[in-house]
Design a protein around this ligand. Structure first.
Ligand SMILES: Nc1nc2c(c(=O)[nH]1)N[C@H]1C(S)=C(S)[C@@H](COP(=O)(O)OP(=O)(O)OC[C@H]3O[C@@H](n4cnc5c(=O)[nH]c(N)nc54)[C@H](O)[C@@H]3O)O[C@H]1N2
Ligand SMILES: Nc1nc2c(c(=O)[nH]1)N[C@H]1C(S)=C(S)[C@@H](COP(=O)(O)OP(=O)(O)OC[C@H]3O[C@@H](n4cnc5c(=O)[nH]c(N)nc54)[C@H](O)[C@@H]3O)O[C@H]1N2
Ligand code: SF4
Ligand SMILES: [Mo]
Length: 768
């Protein structure tokens, strides 16, 4: 018997004596009362790995992969175990901070809320609600509080100045999905566990562990495709680790993926390779007609991929038993991101791979709720200064700085930033950094005083991940298997406050309740309204049920747990509060600390569609209209300049985990990758200093000369540049790197989604 294997089952047994046996032996063990083992889904990236956390005397002992986790089976990356160091980081904020000039002091929660109530109250009274901007950063989507309570905060503020990391990330995918499938969250994922052929563009899951396609151990899953005789083709201007491990790597000129994809679609049409289409696929002919001019021969000079290769890939995709195209950051954070996103799903449809095993499929999350069939529209309002349209209720974060600095009606005077570091993560970072100084008041809800929160007047500390419960409301809807896993909080709160309580308090204050607002009462009221809306909804499994009855069945749960229980029980596998007695509840997940596997993805169309006509629109008009811009790009061939792209690194997590020594020690990783021929023409050697300039700004960085780069392309990771005054992140400041977003031009957007252009940025490179 291996003790290590069995410790996994000794859950909540501290202090008790147990008999543990296998077929041969039986032993008595007394569990050390000061030691316990907890299971927790890692909230750091989208892969949702299970962690096994040993707690000794109330402190984190060891963190390793949970071998019994139904999805990750023990896999973790080097970041998973660093929740231990994050917990212990002395720079992690534990009490509210108030700034007076350049001085910061600890404050009580009451003081902090009183100051916010007073200052925000007068700003809203004087300038109206649109004078308040909100930026929601990435960790919100890994946090039940953010996922369930930011909407409560936003509703109380009634501002149109809402921004998030989505417009430096995946917004193009939301738009193409909204236009094609009727709902921006109805995003198909590549069924890599069953596919025979994966064409992957602009993603590097060996470093990122996958995105908009949730699964632990992407590297293992990619290797399994090859092991079963399938093929993995990676399209990337850099020979990334993912590309190096693929069956084939195609180096593409940055920003030209939509041309390459259009040429694949055109080849499928031209060579009569279209698969038979189901009845619910609409307007394939219109899509085909709009793309025929983008022949492989025509786009080759722009993409750098020769026509014969493009045609061969189209043929291979169409011939594969099952095949799937998947595009991520490198296809989204570019000028034609929405067109590229649409082409990915269009090609999946053209080859008969949309909504079938081994193709692109839709997850069915345990908490999923019926979606409206109203369809999708953007532009319900626009930004004030440059009239950028609203998309999915928000404005592009590229307009934040100008909305602060341009005077006039509706000028932003205050900001609330929750779990975001836009001074590092968004375009023209230096301009935003300066613009934030012009605000009358700023609040950050954050774990650190870093590049962005140092500009706040008040920082409200978030809990550490281990101090809160977890269920992946965002990522089970994008999962490669249907999984449900709930983890209770591992460690108690000390001086922190639950983040959902912070957000509820702010919301109650902005609704006029004052700094003494009763959080529990406000939460009861919001939940009651939410539940009643469900009861009133004819599509809900609890339509017409008794409000008090449901409330009493939920019992004592409060905060996020109350919502999670409601969502699970009314979801597709739920107990529907008694109508389906064997169905899921939060209690049934609590009884399964390693999670529940609800099976592989299954076809869901047309039932899951949210379009008013119940059909997939393969040729949305807004996208066809945007092809005129792509026409221009087709004729834009290399002119001798350089294009800058980004990259992720296994031991980084966007901008905020560089304060953990275990993740940053070793050689400088914030380097400019450059091809040897380019290094010669620039006159910079390996380890030499290079100056990189763009329309937005200029940086100096160490060059790393490598054959991995496509000539004419240079690569810099994002999330660095921890060299600002007034921060309290000592470790990160010791290995600062440079901020690549100083070079990103905030005027360069994908017009359909408002997404920033963070890849394929024209730059000049010179030796220093
Ligand atoms: N050039 C370039 N820029 C990029 C990208 C790129 O590829 N290239 N990628 C973009 C992408 S995909 C993303 S998602 C964005 C990320 O952009 P942001 O979300 O703005 O930045 P993060 O680095 O994730 O910073 C998260 C902040 O939240 C804090 N934090 C962490 N956990 C919590 C928590 O639980 N609660 C609270 N309240 N705070 C917390 C951290 O201390 C940090 O300040 O960056 C984008 N920027
Ligand atoms: N270790 C780690 N993991 C993370 C994160 C992290 O910061 N660190 N961030 C998380 C977040 S928020 C996200 S959104 C995901 C993103 O996950 P991924 O989408 O996998 O993102 P990247 O690893 O940045 O890979 C993008 C790739 O696109 C390539 N590329 C750049 N421009 C182009 C182009 O024009 N065309 C093509 N075809 N390729 C291009 C780059 O060279 C790079 O290899 O990762 C998540 N996981
Ligand atoms: S891959 Fe992502 S979810 Fe898994 S351990 Fe690493 S950071 Fe956590
Ligand atoms: Mo992201």
């Amino acid at each position: 018997m291996r003790y290590g294997r069995y410790v996994g089952h000794l859950h909540n047994t501290a202090g008790r004596t147990l008999t543990v046996s296998d077929r041969k032996t039986s032993i008595m063990v007394t569990i050390d009362p000061s030691t316990r083992v907890e299971y927790r889904t890692c909230p750091l990236c989208e892969a949702t790995c299970g962690l096994e956390i040993t707690i000794n005397d109330g402190a984190v002992g060891r963190i390793r992969g949970d071998r019994d986790d139904v999805f990750s089976h023990g896999f973790i990356c080097p970041k998973g175990s660093t929740l231990k160091q994050l917990e212990a980081d002395p720079d992690r904020l534990r009490v509210p901070q108030i700034r007076n000039g350049n001085e910061w002091r600890d404050a009580t929660w009451d003081e902090a809320f009183e100051l916010i109530a007073e200052r925000m109250g007068s700003i809203i009274a004087e300038h109206g609600s649109n004078a308040v901007g909100v930026y929601l950063g990435n960790p919100n989507v890994h946090n039940l509080s953010g996922l369930l309570y930011n909407r409560v905060l936003l509703r109380s503020l009634r501002t149109q100045k809402i921004f998030s990391a989505a417009t430096v990330d995946q917004m193009p995918k939301h738009v193409s999905s909204g236009l094609m499938f009727g709902h921006p969250d109805l995003i198909p994922v590549p069924d890599i566990d069953r596919t025979d052929y994966l064409l992957m563009l602009g993603a590097d899951p060996y470093e990122s562990n996958g995105s908009l396609a949730t699964a632990p151990d992407w590297p293992g899953r990619l290797e399994a495709i090859k092991a079963r005789g399938g093929k993995v083709v990676v399209v990337d201007p850099r020979r990334s680790k993912t590309a190096a491990n693929a069956s084939e790597h195609l180096a593409i000129r940055p920003g030209t993926d939509p041309l390459f994809l259009a040429a694949i679609a055109a080849t499928l049409v031209d060579e009569n390779l279209l698969a038979a289409q189901p009845d619910h696929h609409n307007r394939l002919d219109e899509a085909a007609a709009a793309l025929v001019s983008f022949t492989a021969e025509r786009v080759a000079p722009a993409t750098g991929i020769d026509a014969e290769t493009t045609r061969r890939i189209a043929r291979e995709l169409s011939a594969a038993e099952s095949g799937v195209v998947y595009g991520r950051i490198g296809t989204h954070t570019v000028r034609h991101g929405t067109v590229a996103s649409w082409l990915v799903d269009l090609i999946n449809a053209m080859t008969g791979n949309l909504d079938r095993a081994g193709g692109a499929m839709f997850a069915k999350a345990a908490h999923e709720q019926p979606r409206s069939k109203r369809g999708f529209a953007t532009g319900r309002w626009s930004s004030r200064v440059r009239s950028a349209p609203e998309v999915r209720g928000e404005l592009p974060c590229s307009v934040m700085a100008e909305e602060i600095t341009t005077p006039g009606e509706g000028q932003m005077k205050a900001m609330i930033i929750v779990a975001g570091n836009p001074v590092v993560s968004t375009p023209n970072a230096d301009r935003l950094d300066e613009a934030l100084d012009e605000l009358d008041f700023m609040v950050s809800v954050d774990m650190y005083r870093n590049e962005t929160s140092r500009k706040a007047d008040v920082i409200l500390p978030a809990t550490s991940p281990l101090q809160r419960s977890h269920y992946d409301l965002a990522f089970y809807g994008l999962s490669l298997r249907n999984i449900a896993n709930y983890s209770p909080a591992v460690l108690p709160l000390e001086s922190e406050m639950e983040e959902w309580e912070i957000l509820t308090k702010l919301s109650a204050m902005f609704s006029g309740a004052g700094p003494d607002a009763d959080i529990a009462a406000a939460d009861d009221a919001t939940f009651g309204t939410y539940l009643q809306r469900m009861i009133d909804d004819p599509r809900s499994t609890i339509h017409g049920r008794d409000h008090a009855d449901i409330t009493s069945m939920i019992g004592d749960r409060r905060g996020p747990e109350r919502y999670v229980d409601l969502l699970l029980r009314t979801g597709p596998y739920g107990d529907a509060f008694g109508s389906n007695p064997d169905g899921l509840t939060l209690a049934s997940l609590e009884a399964e600390p390693h999670g529940i596997d609800l099976g592989p993805l299954e076809p869901r169309l047309p039932e899951a569609l949210s379009t008013p006509d119940g059909l997939v629109d393969l040729a949305p008009q807004a996208i066809l209209d945007d092809l005129t811009r792509l026409e221009l790009a087709a004729d834009d061939v290399p002119n001798g300049g350089y294009l800058l792209v980004g990259r992720r690194q296994l031991r980084s997590n966007n901008s905020w985990m560089h304060n953990l020594d275990v993740l940053v020690r070793g050689k400088d990783r914030c380097t400019l990758l450059i091809h040897p021929d380019d290094a010669v023409s620039v006159g910079v050697g390996d380890g030499g200093r290079a100056e990189v300039s763009s329309a937005a700004g200029k940086i100096v960085v160490t060059a790393e000369v490598t054959e991995d780069m496509m000539p004419g392309v240079v690569s810099l990771p994002h999330g660095w540049g921890h060299n600002k005054d007034g921060m309290a992140i000592a470790v990160a400041s010791g290995t600062p790197g440079v901020n690549s977003n100083i070079l990103a031009d905030e005027s360069d957007l994908d017009p359909l989604s408002g997404n920033a252009t963070l890849n394929a940025i024209p730059v000049t490179v010179a030796a220093l």
